[in-house]
Design a protein around this ligand. Structure first.
Ligand code: 6CS
Length: 313
Protein backbone atom coordinates (compact mmCIF):
# COMPACT_ATOMS: atom_id res chain seq x y z
CA UNK A 1 0.00 0.00 0.00
CA UNK A 2 0.97 3.65 -0.26
CA UNK A 3 1.01 5.40 3.12
CA UNK A 4 0.77 9.18 3.36
CA UNK A 5 3.02 10.99 5.86
CA UNK A 6 2.87 14.76 6.45
CA UNK A 7 5.20 16.93 8.50
CA UNK A 8 5.62 20.58 9.53
CA UNK A 9 8.95 21.39 7.88
CA UNK A 10 10.75 21.27 4.53
CA UNK A 11 12.21 17.97 3.30
CA UNK A 12 15.75 19.18 4.14
CA UNK A 13 14.83 20.20 7.71
CA UNK A 14 15.07 17.86 10.72
CA UNK A 15 11.51 16.48 10.43
CA UNK A 16 12.04 15.96 6.70
CA UNK A 17 15.33 14.12 7.20
CA UNK A 18 13.63 11.90 9.81
CA UNK A 19 10.69 11.19 7.49
CA UNK A 20 13.02 10.41 4.58
CA UNK A 21 14.89 7.88 6.70
CA UNK A 22 11.59 6.29 7.77
CA UNK A 23 10.48 6.08 4.14
CA UNK A 24 13.78 4.49 3.08
CA UNK A 25 13.51 1.81 5.77
CA UNK A 26 9.89 0.96 4.90
CA UNK A 27 10.53 0.83 1.17
CA UNK A 28 13.74 -1.23 1.49
CA UNK A 29 12.06 -3.80 3.72
CA UNK A 30 8.55 -4.19 2.29
CA UNK A 31 6.34 -3.63 -0.75
CA UNK A 32 4.77 -0.58 0.91
CA UNK A 33 5.61 2.90 -0.23
CA UNK A 34 5.52 6.22 1.59
CA UNK A 35 4.36 9.47 0.07
CA UNK A 36 5.83 12.44 1.92
CA UNK A 37 4.03 15.78 2.32
CA UNK A 38 6.32 18.58 3.54
CA UNK A 39 5.08 21.82 5.11
CA UNK A 40 2.95 23.87 2.80
CA UNK A 41 1.62 21.02 0.65
CA UNK A 42 -1.42 20.21 2.82
CA UNK A 43 -1.80 23.30 4.99
CA UNK A 44 -0.68 24.30 8.45
CA UNK A 45 0.22 21.99 11.33
CA UNK A 46 -3.37 21.99 12.63
CA UNK A 47 -4.61 20.92 9.17
CA UNK A 48 -2.33 17.88 8.87
CA UNK A 49 -3.37 16.78 12.36
CA UNK A 50 -7.07 16.98 11.39
CA UNK A 51 -6.37 15.05 8.21
CA UNK A 52 -4.59 12.34 10.22
CA UNK A 53 -7.40 12.06 12.76
CA UNK A 54 -9.84 11.78 9.84
CA UNK A 55 -7.77 8.96 8.31
CA UNK A 56 -6.83 10.90 5.16
CA UNK A 57 -3.19 10.66 6.25
CA UNK A 58 -1.64 7.60 7.90
CA UNK A 59 1.31 9.39 9.54
CA UNK A 60 1.90 12.88 10.87
CA UNK A 61 4.72 14.74 12.57
CA UNK A 62 3.20 17.40 14.79
CA UNK A 63 5.11 19.12 17.57
CA UNK A 64 3.67 19.39 21.09
CA UNK A 65 3.75 23.15 20.50
CA UNK A 66 0.65 22.61 18.42
CA UNK A 67 -0.64 19.30 19.85
CA UNK A 68 -0.86 21.00 23.24
CA UNK A 69 -4.05 22.73 22.14
CA UNK A 70 -5.62 19.28 21.59
CA UNK A 71 -3.86 17.25 24.30
CA UNK A 72 -3.16 19.51 27.31
CA UNK A 73 -0.58 17.09 28.79
CA UNK A 74 1.64 17.60 25.73
CA UNK A 75 2.25 21.11 27.01
CA UNK A 76 4.64 19.67 29.60
CA UNK A 77 7.41 20.40 27.06
CA UNK A 78 6.88 24.12 27.65
CA UNK A 79 7.79 24.21 31.29
CA UNK A 80 11.01 26.22 30.91
CA UNK A 81 14.37 24.69 31.92
CA UNK A 82 12.85 21.23 32.37
CA UNK A 83 14.61 19.30 29.61
CA UNK A 84 18.35 18.61 29.87
CA UNK A 85 20.79 20.63 27.76
CA UNK A 86 23.36 18.04 26.70
CA UNK A 87 22.94 15.80 23.69
CA UNK A 88 23.79 12.71 25.75
CA UNK A 89 21.17 13.40 28.43
CA UNK A 90 18.51 14.23 25.82
CA UNK A 91 19.31 11.05 23.92
CA UNK A 92 19.01 8.96 27.08
CA UNK A 93 15.80 10.69 28.11
CA UNK A 94 13.95 10.27 24.83
CA UNK A 95 15.07 6.67 24.44
CA UNK A 96 14.29 5.51 27.96
CA UNK A 97 11.67 7.76 29.52
CA UNK A 98 8.55 5.92 30.67
CA UNK A 99 6.60 9.17 30.48
CA UNK A 100 7.54 9.54 26.82
CA UNK A 101 7.37 5.93 25.70
CA UNK A 102 4.47 4.59 27.77
CA UNK A 103 2.39 7.28 29.50
CA UNK A 104 2.10 9.62 26.52
CA UNK A 105 1.19 6.69 24.27
CA UNK A 106 -1.98 6.16 26.32
CA UNK A 107 -2.87 9.84 26.29
CA UNK A 108 -2.43 10.19 22.53
CA UNK A 109 -4.45 6.97 21.99
CA UNK A 110 -7.46 8.66 23.61
CA UNK A 111 -7.36 11.09 20.68
CA UNK A 112 -7.21 8.43 17.98
CA UNK A 113 -3.46 8.69 17.62
CA UNK A 114 -0.79 6.00 17.89
CA UNK A 115 2.26 7.82 19.24
CA UNK A 116 5.32 6.35 17.51
CA UNK A 117 8.26 8.55 18.44
CA UNK A 118 9.15 11.76 20.20
CA UNK A 119 12.53 13.36 19.53
CA UNK A 120 14.38 16.62 20.15
CA UNK A 121 15.12 19.03 17.28
CA UNK A 122 17.65 21.31 18.94
CA UNK A 123 18.18 24.02 21.54
CA UNK A 124 15.60 26.79 21.31
CA UNK A 125 16.92 30.32 20.86
CA UNK A 126 14.93 33.54 20.86
CA UNK A 127 15.29 35.92 17.93
CA UNK A 128 14.22 39.53 18.41
CA UNK A 129 14.69 42.95 16.93
CA UNK A 130 16.25 44.42 20.10
CA UNK A 131 18.62 42.73 22.56
CA UNK A 132 17.36 41.63 26.01
CA UNK A 133 19.05 40.19 29.06
CA UNK A 134 16.28 40.41 31.65
CA UNK A 135 12.49 40.03 31.76
CA UNK A 136 11.96 43.82 32.04
CA UNK A 137 13.57 44.26 28.60
CA UNK A 138 10.78 42.15 27.11
CA UNK A 139 8.06 44.44 28.41
CA UNK A 140 5.69 45.14 25.52
CA UNK A 141 7.65 42.96 23.09
CA UNK A 142 5.27 40.72 21.15
CA UNK A 143 6.88 37.31 20.84
CA UNK A 144 5.27 34.78 18.56
CA UNK A 145 4.72 31.36 20.09
CA UNK A 146 3.18 28.16 18.76
CA UNK A 147 -0.50 27.85 19.52
CA UNK A 148 -0.81 26.40 23.00
CA UNK A 149 -1.85 28.04 26.27
CA UNK A 150 1.17 27.02 28.37
CA UNK A 151 3.66 28.56 25.96
CA UNK A 152 1.65 31.75 26.28
CA UNK A 153 2.05 31.47 30.07
CA UNK A 154 5.82 30.93 29.68
CA UNK A 155 6.34 34.13 27.75
CA UNK A 156 4.05 36.05 30.10
CA UNK A 157 6.24 34.82 32.96
CA UNK A 158 9.29 35.93 30.95
CA UNK A 159 7.85 39.46 30.87
CA UNK A 160 6.90 39.51 27.16
CA UNK A 161 3.59 39.77 25.32
CA UNK A 162 3.08 36.31 23.80
CA UNK A 163 1.29 36.07 20.47
CA UNK A 164 0.24 32.56 19.39
CA UNK A 165 0.32 32.16 15.60
CA UNK A 166 0.50 29.32 13.08
CA UNK A 167 3.89 29.09 11.38
CA UNK A 168 2.72 30.62 8.10
CA UNK A 169 2.16 34.02 9.69
CA UNK A 170 5.53 34.41 11.38
CA UNK A 171 7.81 35.79 8.65
CA UNK A 172 5.23 38.35 7.49
CA UNK A 173 4.33 39.21 11.07
CA UNK A 174 7.95 40.08 11.85
CA UNK A 175 8.32 41.99 8.60
CA UNK A 176 5.28 44.15 9.34
CA UNK A 177 6.09 44.53 13.05
CA UNK A 178 2.90 42.75 14.24
CA UNK A 179 5.36 40.69 16.29
CA UNK A 180 8.93 41.54 17.30
CA UNK A 181 10.32 38.14 18.19
CA UNK A 182 9.97 34.36 17.99
CA UNK A 183 11.66 31.22 19.34
CA UNK A 184 12.99 28.23 17.42
CA UNK A 185 16.05 25.99 17.08
CA UNK A 186 19.01 27.37 15.10
CA UNK A 187 18.58 25.11 12.07
CA UNK A 188 15.11 26.63 11.64
CA UNK A 189 16.28 30.21 12.18
CA UNK A 190 18.67 29.52 9.28
CA UNK A 191 16.41 27.56 6.91
CA UNK A 192 13.35 29.75 7.45
CA UNK A 193 15.52 32.87 7.15
CA UNK A 194 14.43 34.32 10.46
CA UNK A 195 17.68 36.32 10.39
CA UNK A 196 16.22 38.44 7.61
CA UNK A 197 13.45 39.72 9.86
CA UNK A 198 15.11 39.74 13.30
CA UNK A 199 18.48 41.16 14.37
CA UNK A 200 19.42 39.42 17.63
CA UNK A 201 19.78 35.75 18.59
CA UNK A 202 19.61 35.11 22.34
CA UNK A 203 20.60 31.84 24.01
CA UNK A 204 18.36 31.64 27.07
CA UNK A 205 18.85 27.88 27.60
CA UNK A 206 15.17 27.47 28.47
CA UNK A 207 14.22 24.66 26.13
CA UNK A 208 14.89 22.13 23.42
CA UNK A 209 12.36 21.84 20.60
CA UNK A 210 10.50 18.53 20.88
CA UNK A 211 8.49 16.94 18.10
CA UNK A 212 6.36 13.79 17.80
CA UNK A 213 5.47 11.35 15.03
CA UNK A 214 2.21 9.46 15.22
CA UNK A 215 -0.12 7.34 13.12
CA UNK A 216 -3.87 7.31 12.77
CA UNK A 217 -4.75 4.73 15.43
CA UNK A 218 -7.43 2.86 13.47
CA UNK A 219 -5.00 2.47 10.60
CA UNK A 220 -2.21 1.30 12.92
CA UNK A 221 -4.41 -1.11 14.88
CA UNK A 222 -5.59 -2.63 11.60
CA UNK A 223 -2.08 -3.46 10.41
CA UNK A 224 -0.87 -7.07 10.60
CA UNK A 225 1.72 -7.63 13.36
CA UNK A 226 4.59 -7.80 10.87
CA UNK A 227 3.71 -4.38 9.46
CA UNK A 228 3.45 -2.90 12.95
CA UNK A 229 6.92 -4.25 13.63
CA UNK A 230 8.14 -2.81 10.33
CA UNK A 231 6.81 0.63 11.31
CA UNK A 232 8.42 0.42 14.77
CA UNK A 233 11.76 -0.68 13.31
CA UNK A 234 11.65 2.11 10.73
CA UNK A 235 10.94 4.62 13.53
CA UNK A 236 13.89 3.29 15.58
CA UNK A 237 16.16 3.55 12.58
CA UNK A 238 15.02 7.13 11.84
CA UNK A 239 15.48 8.07 15.52
CA UNK A 240 19.06 6.75 15.61
CA UNK A 241 19.80 8.58 12.40
CA UNK A 242 18.32 11.92 13.45
CA UNK A 243 20.17 11.95 16.79
CA UNK A 244 23.49 11.44 14.96
CA UNK A 245 22.51 13.95 12.25
CA UNK A 246 21.92 16.68 14.81
CA UNK A 247 25.40 16.59 16.34
CA UNK A 248 26.89 20.00 15.58
CA UNK A 249 23.86 21.09 13.54
CA UNK A 250 23.20 24.14 15.72
CA UNK A 251 26.79 25.38 15.38
CA UNK A 252 26.79 24.82 11.61
CA UNK A 253 23.48 26.67 11.28
CA UNK A 254 24.79 29.62 13.30
CA UNK A 255 27.84 29.83 11.01
CA UNK A 256 25.56 29.92 7.96
CA UNK A 257 23.43 32.63 9.54
CA UNK A 258 26.50 34.75 10.25
CA UNK A 259 27.72 34.25 6.68
CA UNK A 260 24.40 35.57 5.40
CA UNK A 261 24.23 38.34 7.97
CA UNK A 262 27.55 39.15 9.69
CA UNK A 263 25.93 41.94 11.74
CA UNK A 264 23.50 39.52 13.43
CA UNK A 265 23.98 39.99 17.18
CA UNK A 266 24.47 36.78 19.20
CA UNK A 267 23.90 36.97 22.95
CA UNK A 268 24.49 34.12 25.39
CA UNK A 269 22.83 34.91 28.69
CA UNK A 270 25.03 34.09 31.67
CA UNK A 271 23.81 31.81 34.45
CA UNK A 272 23.15 34.91 36.51
CA UNK A 273 21.11 36.51 33.73
CA UNK A 274 19.18 33.27 33.26
CA UNK A 275 18.16 33.11 36.92
CA UNK A 276 15.03 35.31 36.68
CA UNK A 277 13.88 33.26 33.68
CA UNK A 278 14.54 30.08 35.66
CA UNK A 279 12.53 31.49 38.56
CA UNK A 280 9.61 32.15 36.21
CA UNK A 281 9.51 28.44 35.39
CA UNK A 282 7.97 27.70 38.82
CA UNK A 283 4.92 29.69 37.95
CA UNK A 284 4.59 27.99 34.58
CA UNK A 285 4.80 24.57 36.22
CA UNK A 286 1.92 25.57 38.50
CA UNK A 287 -0.14 26.63 35.48
CA UNK A 288 0.59 23.28 33.86
CA UNK A 289 -0.89 21.48 36.87
CA UNK A 290 -3.91 23.81 36.86
CA UNK A 291 -4.52 23.02 33.20
CA UNK A 292 -4.08 19.25 33.41
CA UNK A 293 -5.07 18.23 36.95
CA UNK A 294 -4.20 14.80 38.38
CA UNK A 295 -3.12 13.30 35.07
CA UNK A 296 -0.71 16.18 34.47
CA UNK A 297 0.63 15.94 38.01
CA UNK A 298 1.31 12.22 37.63
CA UNK A 299 2.92 12.77 34.25
CA UNK A 300 5.16 15.52 35.62
CA UNK A 301 6.31 13.29 38.48
CA UNK A 302 7.20 10.49 36.07
CA UNK A 303 8.85 12.99 33.73
CA UNK A 304 11.07 14.30 36.52
CA UNK A 305 12.00 10.77 37.59
CA UNK A 306 13.01 9.97 34.01
CA UNK A 307 14.95 13.23 33.74
CA UNK A 308 16.89 12.39 36.87
CA UNK A 309 17.88 9.04 35.39
CA UNK A 310 18.93 10.74 32.15
CA UNK A 311 20.99 13.37 33.94
CA UNK A 312 22.76 10.75 36.03
CA UNK A 313 24.21 9.31 32.81
O1 6CS B 1 7.79 27.43 14.99
C1 6CS B 1 7.17 26.66 14.29
O2 6CS B 1 5.95 26.76 14.14
C2 6CS B 1 7.93 25.56 13.54
N1 6CS B 1 9.20 25.29 14.12
C3 6CS B 1 9.83 24.18 13.87
C4 6CS B 1 11.22 23.96 14.32
N2 6CS B 1 9.25 23.18 13.23
C5 6CS B 1 7.89 23.23 12.75
C6 6CS B 1 7.10 24.32 13.39
O3 6CS B 1 5.98 24.61 12.61
Amino acid sequence: ATWRYAFEEAITDVQGVFATKFKEHIEANSDHSIQLFPYGTLGESADIMEQTQAGLLQFVDQSPGFTGSLIPEAQIFFIPYLLPETHAALDHFFRNSKAINEDFKETYAEHGLELLKMFPEGEVVVTTQEPFDKPADLDGVKVRVMTNPLLVESYKAFGATPTPLPWGEVYGGLQTNIIQGQENPLFWVESAKMYEVTDVITFTGHNNFTTAVMANKNFYDGLPAEDQKLVQDAMDSAFNYIMEYQKGLGERSLEKILEQKPEMEVVRLTEEQRQPFRDAAQEVEKKFIEMTGDSGQALLEQFKKDLKAAQAQ
